[in-house]
Design a protein around this ligand. Structure first.
Ligand code: IPE
Ligand code: IPE
Ligand code: MG
Length: 242
């Protein structure tokens, strides 16, 4: 039987994930397959991100969180790191007005220290300009690592003088970079790799996971819809019985 392509109109609104998080993986392999430098893949990956943001707005997803650069990614070759920095500059400046027009609010997740000052300034400007938008909340995890995030949370809880009994699961959530953002319902990692790589460790405790084989530069609206259709079939039990 030929598989039928999913149609967004067939998915009940309450089955659409409110928050999708994406580990955008496979840019390097995509470029290598074409005999091109890794940065060529990262550049192509930007197009995928643009398409996925647009599709999320269209499908009514309210929160999209994307893993753009991990605390471990600084360990890559210097030319790749500086090429990615350049790409982030372009993204935060060139794409900003279009995103703003679409009603996208931009949030940064990650440690500020370590991000070059000029890029940080552009990120802050994007966050500030878009702060009243509410069509879609786009959280960009850049210089992000879950362990680093938990370290900062613990440091700030101690600095704020919290008493042991004041530290609840909810309180920890409030001290993470993702404070105020609901936990992800669906986490997608492209390229077939099946690991967390230090992404949303605390927040995705009860997320549904999908690992499509598609390399990130080949990922777009259609693949997102397939992922949502698959999610819509899942039975989330949260440890309980129905
Ligand atoms: C993900 O693609 C993008 C970043 C980590 C910035 P990769 O660069 O990890 O691509 P692969 O995994 O090497 O194919
Ligand atoms: C995770 O991918 C980070 C991003 C997608 C930004 P990596 O490619 O860095 O992760 P590993 O090294 O395969 O675990
Ligand atoms: Mg990778």
């Amino acid at each position: 039987m030929a598989s039928v392509k999913p149609d967004i109109r067939d998915i009940p609104a309450d089955r659409i994930p409110r928050h999708i998080a994406v580990i955008m993986d496979g840019n390097g392999r995509w470029a290598k397959k074409r005999g091109m430098p890794r940065l060529f893949g990262h550049r192509a990956g930007m197009e995928s991100l643009r398409a996925v943001i647009k599709a999320c707005v269209e499908f009514g997803v309210k929160y999209l969180t994307v893993y753009a650069f991990s605390t471990e990614n600084w360990g890559r070759p210097q030319d790749e790191v500086s090429g990615l920095e350049k790409l982030f500059h372009e993204a935060f400046t060139n794409e900003l007005l279009e995103l703003h027009k679409q009603g996208v609010r931009i949030i940064h997740l990650g440690q500020r220290e370590g991000i070059p000052q000029d890029l940080l300034k552009e990120i802050d400007e994007a966050v500030d300009l878009s702060k009243n938008n509410d069509r879609l909340v786009l959280s960009v995890a850049l210089n992000y690592g879950s362990r680093n995030e938990l370290m900062h949370a613990v440091r700030r809880m101690i600095a704020d003088g919290l008493k042991p009994e004041e530290i609840t699961e909810q309180k920890i959530s409030e001290y993470l970079f993702t404070a105020g953002i609901p936990d992800p319902d669906l986490v997608i990692r492209s390229s077939g790799e099946q690991r967390l790589s230090n992404f949303l460790l605390y927040q995705s405790a009860y997320a549904e996971w999908e690992f499509p084989e598609t390399l990130w530069p080949d990922f777009g609206k259609e693949q997102l819809l397939e992922a949502i259709a698959e999610y819509a079939k899942r039975d989330r039990r949260f440890g309980k019985v129905k």
